[in-house]
Design a protein around this ligand. Structure first.
Ligand SMILES: Cc1cc2nc3c(=O)[nH]c(=O)nc-3n(C[C@H](O)[C@H](O)[C@H](O)COP(=O)(O)OP(=O)(O)OC[C@H]3O[C@@H](n4cnc5c(N)ncnc54)[C@H](O)[C@@H]3O)c2cc1C
Length: 630
């Protein structure tokens, strides 16, 4: 049980919620039975906050570009740290009272993944307890789950007595819409946070020496007021897959009043599509250094609501498996919702048919551990049979640095969240990194209140320590996954070997590939099977996957290697027999897709054919869903 750090009597930081109203408004929500505040009450609090904002307005202004996860989190912390914060967000989110309404009504063209699966790692839960208790309490009061990873164990695994650190292994189960809704709600009631929506940031304003070689300084942003979106007739968003697919590329209207907004600090929290690499050169600064590794993955997601009283097998709903050519996972959500995501290699064209709901469902039904979630009487698609399968591609791992030779590229400019670093969503680390970077920024500014250059260096150093190792391991994992997926698609292991040409032309790449392969064997044939039998390995894997421990020390320590080596020997000797994630081969899956599509055409043509069935497997479905480790 997470302890409320405020306990109703916390002295909030200067400029933060006053104990008389704010503390009651949010901390009283800490128990799931507490009643959420009513709309009139919130309006009253809001008016009081407006008064307070005017009365105690700090002088220094920070402008945050983007009101997504990192932007809202940074706004809350900076306002509490004595900044006057203006958040500029291109999308308009009408006020809603529940996560369900946010999921149904918010049009988020600026966040294409808004209605894709999100898992919220244990490190995130931990940060929420420490720095955002009101947001966590609000989520608890509105149906989010806390899922201890030491309770829902893979069948047969004994963890033994509780150990120090076990209490940190708690995932947060909710939809991204719910998470953003709770952050948004707390940010809106924070004095000294002004949230301006329907504002598009076009670029930076700067002072300093364009063309002189001296370092310029960001002094604000150039904004455009976007035309008001047309009201939706029934106030629900028609979330059609094509709309989602195109969301990132939707052209921004070019009309609208333009202005410049001055600020002491500019913070880019504008997500994966951040245009910082163009904005900086426009004001005479060097573009950030970037490393990019493409994930090569297509992401297919469908949302459901449980119809029974409990999830199947009374498990928490955590299932994850990687069979090389396909990755599958279920994501527990708030208010009896959950989602299933399937990831395939972008080069695997036949698997693109997974965007068709009947094909998607047939594929799920062929994997017993996921299939239990879709049995009749267990769940139904969240919007009925017309619930789309959302598709997303163009996903990459990107790491940006805004520091060169020990100095900022642009004074007074910071980047956090996806704008600075993001990884393959399959690792579920984005929201955690977004919160971590918001916290790191707030701490850096608190330590160097009058020296933004030192604050940026402090932020950069912390990111290198706490986030970059995970980025490096994700990028390495993706490089190897792509090689394996293309070898699987060609049904040949040849792709796994470096070509003769590469051997001579780029020996360092060959070395990198060999290291990646060795790590992949260590992971697939060692850590994963060992974590199903050995409680210590399970804990270590979970801690690294949940960003509680550094991947280099957590999984490669001598004691861990000693535990894992015998398992690798056994797994290689038996050729990985005892696959923990049973399901069809790729060839069987392709035949299944063909059958579903043939049956559909026949049904449409009126010549009814038998419904497609998943291929019969020798392995019976497990008694409950289980947690595989990759
Ligand atoms: C398919 C998919 C699945 C994912 N699954 C997970 C998961 O399971 N777990 C997890 O932790 N993470 C996941 N992520 C990553 C997670 O969604 C991001 O890491 C997170 O949203 C980053 O937050 P952010 O605030 O940096 O950016 P965003 O949340 O993208 O917010 C950026 C905001 O900036 C606004 N904006 C952009 N440009 C402008 C502009 N010029 N002017 C004004 N406003 C602007 C946008 O409208 C948006 O509101 C997933 C990502 C994808 C793509």
């Amino acid at each position: 049980m997470v302890r409320d750090t405020c306990g109703g009597s916390r002295k909030h930081a200067a400029g933060s919620l006053p104990s008389a109203t704010g503390c009651f408004a949010f901390c009283s929500l800490r128990s799931p039975v507490a009643r959420p505040p009513t709309a009139p009450y919130l309006r009253l609090v809001s008016a009081a906050r407006g008064e307070q904002r005017r009365a105690t307005r700090p002088k220094r202004r920070a402008v945050i570009i983007g009101g997504g996860i990192s932007g809202l989190a940074a706004a809350i912390l900076l306002a509490r740290g004595g900044w006057r914060v203006t958040v500029l967000e291109r999308d308009v989110r009408p006020p809603v009272d529940t996560p369900d309404e946010a999921f149904e009504r918010w049009e988020r063209a600026g966040v294409a993944q808004f209605r894709h699966s999100h898992t919220f790692l244990a490190r995130l839960t931990w940060v929420m307890r420490e720095r955002f208790p009101e947001v966590l309490n609000l989520l608890r009061a509105h149906g989010a789950l806390e899922l201890p990873l030491t309770v829902n164990l893979p069948p047969g695994l004994e963890l033994g007595p509780r150990e120090k650190g076990d209490g940190e292994l708690v995932l947060l189960g909710c939809r991204r819409a719910a998470f953003e809704w709770a952050l948004d709600r707390v940010a809106r009631f924070e004095p000294n946070v002004e949230l301006r929506e329907g504002i598009y940031v076009e670029g930076l304003a700067s002072r300093g020496a364009k063309g002189t070689g001296a370092r310029p300084r960001a002094t604000g942003v150039r904004i455009r007021h976007l035309p008001k979106p047309p009201p939706h007739a029934d106030e629900r968003i028609p979330w059609h897959p094509h709309k989602e697919r195109a969301a990132d590329d939707t052209p921004i209207p070019q009309n609208g009043r333009r202005a410049v907004l001055a600020a002491d600090l500019v913070i880019d929290a504008s997500g994966r599509r951040s245009r910082a690499a163009e904005w900086l050169p426009e004001v005479g600064a060097r573009a950030p250094r970037e490393k990019i590794v493409h994930t090569g993955i297509f992401y297919f997601t469908r949302f459901y609501r449980l119809t029974g009283r409990r999830p199947p097998g009374a498990t928490a709903g955590l299932v994850a498996g990687d069979v090389g050519w396909l990755k599958l996972a279920t994501f527990p959500g708030d208010n009896e919702t959950f989602s299933i995501t399937v990831g395939s290699d972008i080069a695997d064209k036949p698997l693109r048919a997974l965007s068709e709901p009947d094909v998607f469902e047939a594929m799920i039904a062929a994997f017993p551990q996921v299939a239990v979630w879709r049995r009749s009487g267990v769940s139904e698609p969240i919007e009925g049979p017309n619930t789309p399968v959302l598709v997303m591609g163009g996903l990459s791992n990107r790491l940006r640095s805004f520091v060169a030779q020990g100095a900022p590229l642009l004074d007074g400019f910071f980047a956090i969240g996806d704008a600075a670093y993001h990884t393959n969503p399959i690792y579920g680390r984005g929201a955690t990194c977004a919160l971590l970077s918001a916290v790191a920024l707030a701490d850096a500014l608190a330590a160097h209140p009058d020296d933004p250059a030192s604050a940026l260096l402090a932020l950069d150093a912390r990111v290198k320590r706490e986030i970059e190792p995970f980025w490096v391991s994700a990028a390495a994992g993706d490089r190897m996954s792509r090689v394996r997926a293309s070898a699987a698609a060609q049904s040949s292991p040849a792709g796994l070997l470096p070509s003769l040409w590469t051997l001579f032309s780029a020996p360092d790449r060959v070395l990198a590939q060999l290291v990646a392969q060795a790590l992949s064997v260590y992971f697939d044939h060692g850590l994963v099977p060992a974590s199903r039998k050995d409680g210590q390995v399970y804990r270590a894997v979970m801690r690294v996957m949940n960003m509680l421990d550094d991947p280099r020390t957590g999984l490669l320590s001598p004691s861990m290697v000693a535990r894992v080596l015998p398992v690798i020997a056994q797994s290689l000797a038996t050729r990985g027999a005892g696959n923990a994630f049973p399901g069809p081969t790729r060839a069987e899956a392709l035949a299944l897709i063909e059958r579903v599509q043939r049956d559909r055409s026949a049904t449409r043509a009126g010549t009814r054919a038998p419904a497609a069935r998943p291929p019969r497997r020798a392995t019976p479905p497990p008694p409950g869903a289980r947690l595989a480790t990759r």
